[in-house]
Design a protein around this ligand. Structure first.
Ligand SMILES: Nc1ncnc2c1ncn2[C@@H]1O[C@H](COP(=O)(O)OP(=O)(O)O)[C@@H](O)[C@H]1O
Ligand SMILES: Nc1ccn([C@@H]2O[C@H](COP(=O)(O)OP(=O)(O)O)[C@@H](O)[C@H]2O)c(=O)n1
Length: 264
């Protein structure tokens, strides 16, 4: 069973309250960067420190795409009531309001979405490859854009992805672009897959993982629709030689300087 978790955990804390009080509207912290640069794990820790909600936009894309796929092939769906909206071809997805509403409901739960109709051994790496291809389709991106903005209108958020600081929240108060060398990222991803018990299904060496990440970097940076790039006003952090705790500390300090310390 593959779990696509969209972690949105609203916590109230003095930091979260102070941030909202200072601006009067919810705050967005945008964290972008290439695969395995540390975005989602770091963003979660930053959100927990600040008392903000965390939104994993990659998982949101995966859940959206899976919902569309299940919708177009109901025999593969194992649980839950029928999804509304017309069947669609994966290459021409439509934006269906009922599906968006259902996805938003899922997204508000901590561990919200599981796809049980998948092939056994369907690995994290092949999942992200498919997500990468489909997430580049304009209709998918515009549907996801609406959803991401709607979710962020409800609470202070830390959101990670590819285009959060450039197109989802171009006015985000804090933007961070995380990067690391392909070798470092490949080591991190391999260690993560081994830790997740996918060691047997991922028969990949370091070189192959580096090649896979480079190919995804190319696809994400060269696509026409909101490509991956560092926003001009983002703080760029090369985390190759940084521990995760150092990265988290750096981002929390940035938010404190730019948002929480703002004179009222
Ligand atoms: N600065 C760091 N140093 C070492 N490992 C890290 C660092 N940041 C993240 N990691 C680890 O690298 C792996 C990939 O991180 P992840 O947050 O999933 O990246 P992304 O969301 O960018 O794909 C995870 O196992 C994570 O714990
Ligand atoms: N905001 C986002 C997030 C993900 N994506 C796409 O979804 C793919 C998988 O994203 P992810 O965040 O789950 O993957 P990792 O960065 O964790 O490897 C990326 O390679 C992108 O092509 C996107 O286009 N926009």
């Amino acid at each position: 069973m593959i779990l696509c978790c969209i972690n949105i955990r609203a916590r109230s804390s003095s930091a979260g309250t102070a941030a909202t009080a200072a601006f009067g509207t919810p705050i967005q912290v945008a964290i972008d960067g290439p695969a395995a640069s540390g975005k989602s794990s770091t963003a979660q820790l930053v959100a927990a420190r600040l008392g903000f909600s965390y939104i994993d936009s990659g998982a949101l894309s995966a859940a959206f795409i899976t919902l569309k796929a299940l919708n177009s092939n109901p025999t593969r769906r194992k649980t839950g009531p029928p999804l509304s909206g017309p069947p669609t071809s994966p290459s021409r997805p439509s934006t269906s309001r009922p599906i968006l509403a259902r996805l938003a409901r899922f997204a508000r739960r901590p561990n919200c979405f599981s796809t049980q109709g998948r092939d056994a051994g369907h690995s994290l790496t092949s999942r992200t490859r498919h997500v990468s291809e489909i997430a580049a389709i304009p209709a998918v991106r515009s549907a996801l854009l609406v959803l991401k903005r709607r979710l962020a209108s409800e609470a202070n958020v830390v959101m990670d992805g590819r285009d959060i600081g450039t197109s989802v929240f171009p006015d985000a108060k804090v933007k961070v672009y995380l990067d690391a060398s392909p070798e470092v990222r490949a080591r991190r991803r391999l260690a993560e897959l081994m830790g997740a018990g996918q060691g047997n299904s991922v028969q990949m060496g370091l070189e192959e993982m580096v090649a896979e990440l480079r190919a995804r970097d190319l696809a994400d940076t060269q696509r026409k629709e909101s490509p991956l790039r560092c926003a001009e006003d983002a703080v760029r952090l090369d985390t190759s030689a940084m521990t995760q705790a150092e990265v988290v500390e750096r981002i929390v300090r940035l938010v404190e300087e730019k948002v929480l310390a703002r004179p009222q």
